[in-house]
Design a protein around this ligand. Sequence first.
Ligand code: ADP
Length: 258
Amino acid sequence: LDVNFAPYINFKGEARGVVVVLHDITEIRRLEKMRSDFVANVSHELRTPITSIKGFTETLLEGAMQDEETCRNFLQIISDESERLYRMIRDILDLSKIEQKRIPLHMSQVNVQELIASAAAVIHDQAQRKELSMALPTGEPDIWLMTDKDCLQQIMLNLLSNAVAYTPEGGEITINAKREGRNLKLQVIDTGIGIPEKDIPRIFERFYRVDKARSRDSGGTGLGLAIVKHLVENLHGQISVESKEGKGTTFTVTLPML
Ligand code: ADP
């Protein structure tokens, strides 16, 4: 609470009392704290790949370059970490634009099955490398949704690339799409490593990862789900998750069918 006092003086110049002005600044403080926490997190997260790039470069320059295999290994790490840094900066910029709703929605009638097929095509190679099978929605007549196509495409891509990243070789990924009352229900189901119960409430936070090391190996930035949650909210929808460790995870996105 921000409190200001001022004497109340009447027209004759006599002090008649005190004027007290109370401002509720809890919300302002909360936003300020969120912003400064975000900057602190971003700096920390960006420092990790930079430290590693710097370290391996210096070791190479100090003589490790003589050995070709070491050289190759180190350069691979430097290349992977640069890639991750690039993705991180891209995700941070995307997230801040989405959060500030600086991306206007471009609504159009979208064929949902077609959109899912094109998102699946983008990650097809990654999935195939891990011998993951992918089942797309079939049977139903075409579903049309008034929505922002790019926005929905990014939601599906992020969920699918997580499903691929956190499902061991030979697993299965299933995508469902169906009408439910006035809503469209989209699901991305995997048979992967699952998410421990205690972590579930936190996975949509920026930079939150269940297992930092494992997520880093998978090239993760810890921002994918934060982006998904904001995009879903921009489309006036909801997202939920069910998961069992060692069994798999289901993400469900519910969007209003206008
Ligand atoms: P990341 O870039 O680390 O994947 P995300 O924001 O996309 O970041 O996800 C946050 C965390 O949630 C991940 O680090 C991972 O631990 C967990 N997670 C997300 N999707 C899945 C999934 N399909 N299966 C298991 N764990 C998942």
